[in-house]
Design a protein around this ligand. Structure first.
Ligand SMILES: Cc1cc2nc3c(=O)[nH]c(=O)nc-3n(C[C@H](O)[C@H](O)[C@H](O)COP(=O)(O)OP(=O)(O)OC[C@H]3O[C@@H](n4cnc5c(N)ncnc54)[C@H](O)[C@@H]3O)c2cc1C
Length: 383
């Protein structure tokens, strides 16, 4: 066993820690208040290589391993939770496109994704199919050398700003998960329309619904084999689930660090707050929990880097990490007293943001179903 990060990984962490502190944290609230999407930040992160970590060098990325990608998600989220979507979503999509897209799509989309110039979103959820994700209503009907896609996708991150969508749609009705295919649909394709939500958090990532009204895409734009999207592409979520965990942990760790400084400085009853067990113990408890989840997350990424099974580990990270992160941020607000409740501090925004990813990429219940299936066996999969 070797729990050390490599020297390069430690260097990257130090660079990103500084970048997050200087460039991201001071503007974190700005995008929340204005609702503007900081496209320039994605380009800046592209220059730092963060949007192309899981894109291989032949397509302009760095081909970094999953552990390194986890470090980036964690450190960037310390400065700006929503900027870490650039690491997490791009890693997921880069893996999916590189493994399953046609040459034409890879050449056209991977390099601009890696540079942070173009944004790609993933559109699976529908008004009638979220946790019950195989129950899609969107249809893609083959017509010669193209597909015609019709349907509505809901809750999609980056919907209002993405340049393209990886869309899941049924290509074989009544075949459940065995009848779903995926397609890359450029946003400017006729028939694509977007409606942005007014979210309580994650405001900067412009979540929304995407409507596809008889949208035509060439067969070249199908990602993976027909009817096999669920089996081929869903493996990508074993990565995004761990990255989401680290993203939430980064925001929570930053909140604990800020709280630790606050309780050392602020006095009550003639001594620093930190000297009261009632203050130090909850902080220490969350610090302990977050550290343990953090190391478990890196282990999950380590397994993935070695091609070892890690589906249940990814789901463990996804349900526990965001939940404990939200609780730790809540506690940080309380330990700041009334000032913690204001919008002058980033704590309230972090709480709103982290709650979003308790839901996004599958709720805790969904993850527990996956873990039970993997651990107890398919016949005992909970309903
Ligand atoms: C911030 C954010 C970002 C997102 N980004 C994307 C994106 O980029 N692309 C995308 O496609 N989707 C995205 N989503 C959508 C997300 O994946 C879904 O919201 C999620 O999978 C849950 O689906 P649902 O909202 O339909 O809830 P439902 O499926 O209606 O579930 C409602 C509640 O019932 C529970 N529940 C459902 N079934 C069961 C069961 N069998 N047992 C126990 N409990 C159950 C759920 O856990 C949940 O608490 C995002 C959501 C959020 C909040």
């Amino acid at each position: 066993m070797d729990f050390r990060f490599t020297e390069e990984q430690e260097q990257l962490r130090a660079v990103l820690c500084e970048f997050a502190r200087r460039e991201l944290l001071p503007h974190y609230a700005e995008w929340d208040r204005t609702g503007a999407f900081p496209r320039h930040l994605w380009r800046e992160m592209g220059r730092l290589g963060l949007t192309g970590l899981r894109v291989s060098p032949q397509y302009g990325g760095s081909g970094a391993d999953c552990v390194t990608t986890g470090i980036a998600a964690e450190e960037i989220a310390r400065g700006d939770f929503n900027a870490a979507y650039a690491v997490m979503l791009n890693a997921l999509l880069a893996e999916v496109l590189e493994a399953h897209a046609s040459d034409a799509v890879r050449r056209e989309w991977l390099a601009p994704m890696a540079s942070g110039e173009r944004l790609v979103a993933i559109a699976i959820t529908e008004p009638g199919a979220g946790s019950d994700v195989a129950n899609l209503a969107a249809r893609a009907v083959r017509d010669g050398d193209r597909y015609i896609i019709t349907g509505e996708k809901s809750g999609i991150s980056l919907a209002s700003v993405a340049d393209a969508f990886v869309v899941f749609a049924k290509t074989q009705a009544d075949a459940g998960a065995r009848g779903v295919s995926a397609f890359l649909v450029p946003r400017e394709t006729p028939g694509v329309e977007v409606h942005r939500y007014k979210d309580m958090g994650n405001v900067a990532i412009g979540r929304g619904s995407v409507f596809f009204d008889h949208v035509e895409v060439a067969t070249d734009y199908r990602i993976g084999e027909e009817n096999r999207a669920f089996y081929q592409l869903m493996k990508g979520f074993d990565l995004s689930r761990v990255l989401i965990c680290l993203q939430c942990l980064g925001a929570a760790m930053q909140s604990l660090d800020e709280t630790a400084e606050h309780v050392k400085r602020r006095h009550a009853f003639g001594r620093p707050l930190a000297q009261f067990q009632g203050v130090a113990f909850p902080l220490v408890e969350y610090y302990t929990k977050l550290e343990m989840i953090r190391w478990f997350s890196y282990r999950a990424l380590w397994l993935r880097d070695r091609g070892l099974p890690h589906t249940k580990e990814a789901s463990m990270c996804k349900w526990l990490g965001p939940q404990v992160a939200a609780q730790a941020i809540h506690e940080s607000i309380l330990l700041h007293g009334h000032y913690g409740y204001t919008k002058d501090l980033p704590l309230e925004q972090r709480l709103r943001d982290v709650i979003g990813l308790e839901i996004g990429d599958g709720t805790a219940q969904t993850q527990k179903i996956v873990i039970a299936r993997e651990w107890l066996g398919k016949p005992y999969k909970p309903r």
